[in-house]
Design a protein around this ligand. Structure first.
Ligand code: ADP
Ligand code: ZN
Length: 435
């Protein structure tokens, strides 16, 4: 396949030149952050690092890390890199206020982010002749707006469908001849199944490629989606803290995602010691935003476990590649695309007068995540009236929905019935085998 690039010079830049570019950007960015973000200046001062100590990318390791807890402590404006007057948009992850990440974007940030998404679309063969159906959610979630912007930059005819309403998705796909589909892999698989149920053959739809991410998915899932939709399925990675999707994207080789390292410098560290690991090691992925203005996070620990590789890629891109994330260093689950921490369930139980004796069971049935929470009944609340129990389950499910944004099935079970191993209950049973 003839290779197309959106920004060829950057995407195929020799490593030495890339390092020079990254170094220049980093020196400027560190100085800017030190002067404008008191929260990070304090962290640097505590570590005894001054902006002058950072002379290039090789000095990056001297800087302190940022973690999700810093985002919580600094919520909402503490890590803002410029005046709010210069910001034009906010995006946020789902979850409670305590865990919520709110990221700020200047017009320039949005422009660069859309470039990243445009690179991803061109890498899967997208051109201005394509019709790009964006079925990621639009709103605070970054997926919809990110790919929408990228699609328009490429010049594709963009269908801002947002997620849901599968019947309408498929109707538009058919009537308007969509050629590229962007959504979560689970939704892509769901659309594939829906099409089959409707008796539509994959060759009857005009889709040729899909860009799927925002949650973990397996090679088996990739094969299933490729077959059911008759397309090539490509991965895309991102996180709200760094912008959103498009931090890294897959090319025709489908063997990992090229990181847009002119904007995001990636390191792999030992999650226990914080030590930077050599290329090819498995560890926690850390990103430094080299030119973001609104939310310029330096050395942000993603908690994603991953491996980087600089092996030559047949697509001609020289950008470093990351493997599919292989798990997380924290206990965050991604259920139906929403970030869920067991501690959030615990908070709801305590608020509602239950003991924190519970078990989360997640599975994937027909490409849809199922989400059950089993909760031990307490002696005080005990009743054998079925209608009462159903009422209590419903009320707990509602409280969890308010906290998480997604609806679990809650089941009240007998006291002490949740298995404990070594005295400690197993909190999460994830049957999806995603990594
Ligand atoms: P988004 O929903 O834009 O992906 P969030 O900030 O809500 O952003 O979640 C980011 C997390 O989602 C990442 O840290 C990672 O764990 C997960 N993630 C995103 N893209 C992928 C992907 N392609 N494969 C596996 N996990 C992913
Ligand atoms: Zn490649």
């Amino acid at each position: 396949m003839a290779q197309n690039y959106f920004q060829k010079e950057i995407e195929t830049m020799p490593l030495e030149e890339m390092r020079k570019l990254q170094s220049e950007k980093l020196v400027k960015q560190v100085k800017h952050v030190y002067e404008n973000v008191p929260y990070y200046r304090n962290l640097m001062d505590e570590k005894g690092v001054k902006p002058e100590d950072i002379k290039g990318i090789d000095d990056l390791h001297k800087l302190p890390f940022l973690q999700k807890s810093d985002l919580r402590d600094a919520y909402p404006y503490g890590l803002l890199g410029t005046s709010l007057d210069n910001c034009v948009r906010i995006h946020s992850t789902s979850g409670t206020t305590g865990r919520r990440v709110v990221a700020f974007y200047t017009q320039n940030d949005i422009d660069l982010w859309e470039d990243c998404c445009a690179r991803a679309i061109v890498a899967v063969g997208g051109t201005k002749k394509d019709v790009c159906q964006v079925a990621y959610g639009y709103g605070l979630f970054t997926g919809g707006f990110g790919l929408n912007g990228g699609s328009q930059k490429v010049g594709c005819l963009t269908l801002p469908m947002s997620s849901g309403n599968t019947e309408r998705q498929v109707q538009f796909m058919n009537d308007l001849g969509a050629t590229i589909l962007c959504c979560t892999p689970s939704y892509a698989a769901y659309i594939g199944e829906y099409i089959k149920e409707q008796g539509i053959q994959p060759e009857d739809i005009s889709l040729k490629a899909g860009i799927f991410g925002a949650e973990p998915w397996t090679e088996e899932m990739r094969k299933g989606i490729e077959k059911s939709l008759g397309i090539k399925a490509y991965d895309i990675y991102g996180l709200t803290e760094s912008t959103g999707p498009g931090v890294a994207f897959e090319c025709s080789e489908q063997t990992g995602m090229h990181i847009n390292e002119d904007h995001f410098f990636a390191e792999i560290i030992d999650p226990d010691t914080g030590e930077v690991l050599p290329e090819g090691s498995k560890g926690e992925l850390v990103f430094t935003s080299l030119d973001k203005e609104g939310f310029p996070l330096l050395r942000y620990r993603t908690r994603d476990i991953c491996v980087l590789s600089r092996e030559k890629c047949s697509c001609g891109r020289t950008l470093v590649k990351m493997a599919k994330p292989m798990g997380r260093t924290d206990d965050m689950l991604i259920i139906r695309g929403v970030n869920v921490f067991p501690s959030q369930i615990e908070t709801v139980l305590l608020n509602e007068g239950y003991e924190p004796n519970y078990q989360i069971v997640v599975d994937r049935v027909k490409n849809n995540d199922t989400f059950e929470v089993n909760v031990e009944m307490t002696a005080e609340k005990f009743t054998d009236k079925v209608s009462e129990i159903l009422k209590m389950e419903k009320s707990l499910a509602n409280a969890m929905k308010t906290m998480l944004g997604i609806n679990p099935t809650v089941r009240l079970v007998a006291p002490k019935s949740i298995a404990r191993s070594e005295g400690k209950a197993v909190r999460v049973i994830d049957k999806r085998k995603l990594v």
